[in-house]
Design a protein around this ligand. Sequence first.
Ligand code: FAD
Length: 426
Amino acid sequence: MSQKRIVIIGAGFGGLALAKNLAHSNFEVLLIDKNNFHTFQPLLYQVATGGLEPDSIVYPVRRVLRGMKNVTFRMAEVIKINEEEANIETDIGLIHYDYLVIAAGSTHNFFNFDDIKEQLLPLKGIRDALDIRSFLMQNMEKAVIAKEHREKKEIVNIAIIGGGPTGIEIAGALAEMRAKVLPKDYPDFDFGHMDIHLFEAQDALLNGMSEESSKAALEYLHELNVSVNLNAMVKDFTGNAVILDDGTTFDTQTVLWTAGVKGALIQGIDSTRHAPANRFAVNEFNKLKGSDRIFAIGDIAGHCTEENPKGLPMLAQVAIQQGKHLAKNLKRQEAGQAMIPFEYKNKGTMATIGKNRAVVDLPHWKFQGRFAWIIWMFVHLLSLVGFRNKVVTLIDWIQNYINYDRPLGIIIRRYNRPIRKKEIGV
Ligand SMILES: Cc1cc2nc3c(=O)[nH]c(=O)nc-3n(C[C@H](O)[C@H](O)[C@H](O)COP(=O)(O)OP(=O)(O)OC[C@H]3O[C@@H](n4cnc5c(N)ncnc54)[C@H](O)[C@@H]3O)c2cc1C
């Protein structure tokens, strides 16, 4: 019998877990990603704020797959799935599959800001993180030579839209940069000019985590002098000011967008087989609705049940567990055994807000503060892919802890944002 070919789209948390768990099996596995590296997204905000080098949180896919003889990698962008022909269209040609696993993750969701998305700074990939870092440092260089008080403020003020984990983590890191790092590099600049505002449309931060964590996060951000605006619906961004729906404005040229993500759909699967938030609808075996040969895992997969009407949360743990589980199920199917339904085991969620402050929600225990921060560091360090990345990150963290510094403020990307300067109120 010839080997069955499993094609996996995406070398993120889900795709990589699946490929690793299919290594040394009887399948021929082809892993495809448009990038030649895996990204550890939970630490992107540290790259964006100069705390970690980009190379510490990405890892070459081919290096992960070394020694796995039945697993091949191709760097390619998948454009379309042709279900009838059992192949996918990519920018390097057509690829046939026996089984297809879509693990393409998610992408920015700009909601009603789609027409001005070029002006916002999202944080989803390593390029976004480097864009943000360069943008912030370019702005500092502009601010030191600006003449007017209002102009200075507009350049250095920062608005963060979205009070989820990414929003609060980056707000905390930026507040520490403002307090401890930037004054050392720009001794001639008065950082009293710089305000950091976080806008959240709901009445609490960290929606999805416990009330204790939400309250602690708010308190920590207040301690770090971040202005948190709850029930604050941002209506527009003019290029030099954010406007709320009640008419309030905040002068800034910098808007970090962390307000939402949606599934990174791939053409070819019609919308009747989509789930909420642009995901592919799957069953308890991660099988795409109406298909026997296509599966979806991770952020792109929406398994909606009574308990989870919107599907499981878009989290690394969900993707990893689904990848591992699907590997088992595909092997079972080949052996003529029935597949086992996937059950998510919640290992907890956490977020950090600057040094010595974090919130952790475990299934039976919730805690905040310094101990939570140590646990947060430990978990993230162990989860990084590659020994070198773990060691370099640990060294950077120890150095940053002792010196209270974020030394990586090099402008290596020119961020040319299209300027749409609209008068406020027009
Ligand atoms: C800033 C940030 C912070 C986060 N923090 C946390 C956290 O603290 N804890 C947590 O649990 N989760 C966190 N998450 C969420 C977590 O990263 C995701 O849930 C997880 O990455 C999902 O894994 P995945 O395998 O589904 O997709 P991903 O890991 O996103 O991987 C998808 C892969 O598919 C590739 N791809 C996409 N489309 C195509 C295509 N058409 N062709 C070829 N390749 C394609 C991409 O290049 C990517 O490598 C965070 C996310 C972000 C953005």
